[in-house]
Design a protein around this ligand. Structure first.
Ligand SMILES: CC(C)(COP(=O)(O)OP(=O)(O)OC[C@H]1O[C@@H](n2cnc3c(N)ncnc32)[C@H](O)[C@@H]1OP(=O)(O)O)[C@@H](O)C(=O)NCCC(=O)NCCS
Length: 165
């Protein structure tokens, strides 16, 4: 099922695949998706939910994998990759492509009002708390707390959002 709100603005140059095998892709009210964004249904049976007023910039790629949930007002800068899936690779006698996919680590969950900097990668099992910021060029796996500002590979907390004194 592919459900796109009538108020979402999706560039004609974006490529949003329809769901397969009963999974759901939902794009909420007021979402903006720029040119050359690719939503690829592959690598698992997860649903993709893009909450209201999210903004996804040019060149970002979202694999459905074990699922992606974006809350509201999530900002994803250019050229980010959301990859909530891993190839199974353990058997060295079988090519990786023929080994299927590794068990789910829970997909990717990004809470409301998160800003992901350009060229970042979110891996399976990522949980980003409300209001957090991820610096440009980060690789995220596991949990980043609400209102933290993190960066690096792997992304680590640098500081916290707070009102200027
Ligand atoms: C994370 C970010 C918001 C922090 O900005 P800031 O609050 O002004 O932070 P500062 O520049 O003072 O940096 C604070 C520290 O974090 C480090 N840092 C900041 N951004 C970093 C990044 N992306 N990767 C690694 N380290 C980073 C700085 O080197 C500095 O370290 P130091 O204290 O040891 O010198 C910003 O650096 C960033 O990455 N912005 C993303 C920009 C982007 O992608 N824009 C796309 C258009 S939406």
């Amino acid at each position: 099922m592919l459900a796109i709100s009538p108020s979402a603005q999706i560039s004609k140059l974006a490529d949003i695949e329809d769901s397969v095998r009963g999974t759901k892709i939902t794009i909420g009210d007021g979402v903006f998706i720029d040119s050359f964004v690719k939503l690829r249904v592959a690598g698992g049976m997860g649903d993709v939910t893009i909450g209201p007023n999210c903004y996804i910039n040019a060149g970002s790629v979202l694999y459905s994998g074990n699922g992606i949930t974006l809350g509201e007002y999530v900002l994803i800068a250019a050229n980010c990759t959301l990859a909530p899936t891993n190839h199974e690779y353990r058997d060295p006698d079988v090519v990786i492509r023929k080994q299927g996919f590794a068990p789910s680590r829970g997909g990717i969950v990004v809470e409301d009002d998160v800003w992901i900097g350009a060229n970042s990668v979110l891996l399976d099992g990522t949980r980003i708390g409300r209001g957090a910021i991820v610096g440009a060029g980060s690789v995220v796996r596991g949990e980043l707390p609400a209102y933290s500002i993190s960066a690096g590979n792997p992304a680590k907390v640098l500081k916290w959002r707070k009102k200027p004194a």
